[in-house]
Write a protein that binds this ligand. Structure first.
Ligand SMILES: Nc1nc2c(c(=O)[nH]1)N[C@H]1C(S)=C(S)[C@@H](COP(=O)(O)O)O[C@H]1N2
Ligand SMILES: [Mo]
Length: 500
């Protein structure tokens, strides 16, 4: 059949098109693990040790590019075959794409820092394959056109695909270039670099508890952007305006030259379910907002500050929380590094005691002093409360819910938080028995979570462990379970485990 080489070419082109659109998507979404790289690294990791060793000895430093090239060659060969399959078994061709996409997904997923962006990139590549294969092979499969006409139609379509895909690739590449530029600018920023000393005794000795200081890479990420804004510090400006006597415009340099303050603050999300992990603790450093606001001089009657991020997200914070003695900050640093891009580089807000959705604006560019009666922020428009003070909460981390442990004395532990109020006491209860008082780790202030630990003597069989905290205002967590919306979940964290 004379059209077979053209079909194979159509298939290979289809393969390349999907790879390019998927890579462009990964770049656009700043995905951590572009699918092709993820597959290549899966291939590397799954290669038996001796074989890998032998290969590395032969190719030295070139192992990564070679691996990627090898992955691409295999992929394109398979895709050429799908072009040929399109003639008699188009569904088998689709099945090949499904298998390739699943391999892509599994490869992306096994890298633990994989994001939704990488998954999305795989999906875009898959759809490209399914659609483009049909589009390119259609003229070659038309039975009643002459070979010459079929080929001309095919070449036209192929040209169109190449142009479209090259365009997508270029757009993706340019956006990735911007990311690298901003990463580079971030690397060049010179700030205090102080990581904050973890207080002695903050980390209690229970295996399986997350560290008291949350490393930046493990810090939860919540925002409404598909890809984070990319802002060079040299381009960044903060406008402070509204109900103020002096309007201000601050540059990054200006902030860097001001007095820097560092503090341990635990940040948490209003959407955190009881027992959830949308919470992290870091050493934040930057400029106290109250000092900036003191220069701007809020007018009488103002009670709110509306923040806007580069991407247009907004939130409103009580003016009082930004001018009282707490460490409400324009943060430039997180655990001694310039803010990671995902956590708001170059400047974000951090306000102890308030949920992130009403205080922790990332990629901050605008502060408008105002009145609550006059503002409507992103989440308050969507049914969440105007005010979002953090609710006193506690969590069991050890043992894990649903785990098996050895009967006898078992160490238990977790964290509790009531930022800017402070945790007074944590109690735990086994199988509905008496509440026992937990030992608490050290904390530097009221603004961080505290680790708690205790032990229970358990018989073989199923068990339930419950925790509750009392804060320094004297309030003990209610057992009443409420939903996260409109202003944060309540209820006790309870877990089940088995002893053997
Ligand atoms: N620009 C912007 N800032 C934002 C958000 C957002 O969607 N956009 N989400 C907020 C919410 S709801 C939370 S809980 C915190 C999370 O901060 P993190 O991603 O650094 O943990 O950021 C806050 N700042
Ligand atoms: Mo949040």
């Amino acid at each position: 059949m004379p059209r077979t080489p053209s079909l194979a070419l159509a298939g290979a082109l289809t393969g390349a098109a999907g790879i390019v659109t998927s890579q462009a998507t990964a770049w656009l979404l700043r995905a951590d693990n572009p699918p092709v790289e993820a597959v290549a690294s899966a291939v590397r990791d799954l290669t038996p040790g001796p074989v890998a060793h032998w290969l590395i000895q032969r190719v030295g430093d070139h192992d990564k590019p070679l691996l990627i090239a090898g992955t691409l060659v295999v992929l394109l060969a398979l895709c050429a075959w799908t072009g040929v399959l399109a003639r008699r078994r188009p569904l088998v061709a689709d099945l090949v794409y499904v298998v390739l996409a699943v391999i892509g997904l599994l490869s992306v997923r096994r890298l633990d820092d994989s994001t939704i962006g990488s998954t999305f990139a795989v999906a875009v590549g898959f759809i490209t394959w399914v659609v483009v294969n049909r589009f390119l092979t259609a003229p070659l499969l038309a039975p009643d056109t002459s070979d010459g006409l079929a080929r001309r139609d095919f070449l036209l379509r192929a040209g169109g695909v190449v142009v479209a895909v090259a365009g997508a690739g270029i757009v993706g590449r340019i956006s990735n270039q911007r990311r690298r530029d901003v990463e580079q600018a971030r690397d060049l920023v010179r700030l205090s670099g102080q990581r904050g000393a973890v207080p002695a005794g903050a980390n209690v000795k229970v295996d399986g508890l997350p560290p008291w200081r949350t490393p930046n890479d493990d810090f939860y990420e919540i925002d409404t952007v598909f890809a984070p804004p990319l802002i060079r510090p040299s381009e960044w400006k903060l406008r402070v305006h509204g109900l103020v006597e002096n309007e201000l415009v601050l540059t990054y340099d200006n902030l860097v030259k001001r007095k820097q303050t560092g503090a341990w603050v635990t940040l948490c999300c209003v959407s955190n379910e009881v027992g959830g992990d949308l919470i992290g603790n870091a050493w934040w450093a930057g400029v106290l907002i109250r000092e900036v606001l003191a220069e701007a001089k809020p007018l009488a009657g103002a009670d709110a500050v509306l923040q806007t991020s580069q991407d247009g997200w907004t939130c409103g914070t009580p003016l009082a929380a930004l001018t009282d003695d707490r460490n409400a900050m324009l943060a430039l640093e997180m655990n001694g590094d310039p803010l990671p891009i995902e956590h708001g580089f170059p400047v974000r807000m951090v306000v102890p005691g308030l949920y992130g959705y009403v205080s922790a604006t990332k990629w901050l560019v605008d502060l408008e002093v105002s009145r609550f009666s006059e503002i409507d922020a992103y989440w308050t428009k969507r049914g969440w409360s105007e005010h979002g003070p953090v609710k006193t909460q506690s969590r069991i981390d050890v043992p894990r819910d649903g785990s098996d442990v050895d009967a006898g004395m078992v160490g238990v532990g977790g964290v509790a938080w009531a930022q800017h109020t402070g945790i007074e006491k944590v109690e735990y209860q086994l199988d509905g028995g008496p509440w026992q008082t937990a030992k608490l780790g050290m904390v530097p202030s009221l603004d961080t979570w505290v680790q708690w630990t205790g032990d229970v003597d358990i018989d073989p069989g199923p068990h339930t462990l419950v925790v509750r905290a009392t804060d320094k205002s004297g309030y003990t967590q209610t057992a009443v379970q409420t939903d996260v919306i409109p202003n944060g979940a309540t209820g006790w964290h309870s877990i089940q485990f088995d002893a053997r």
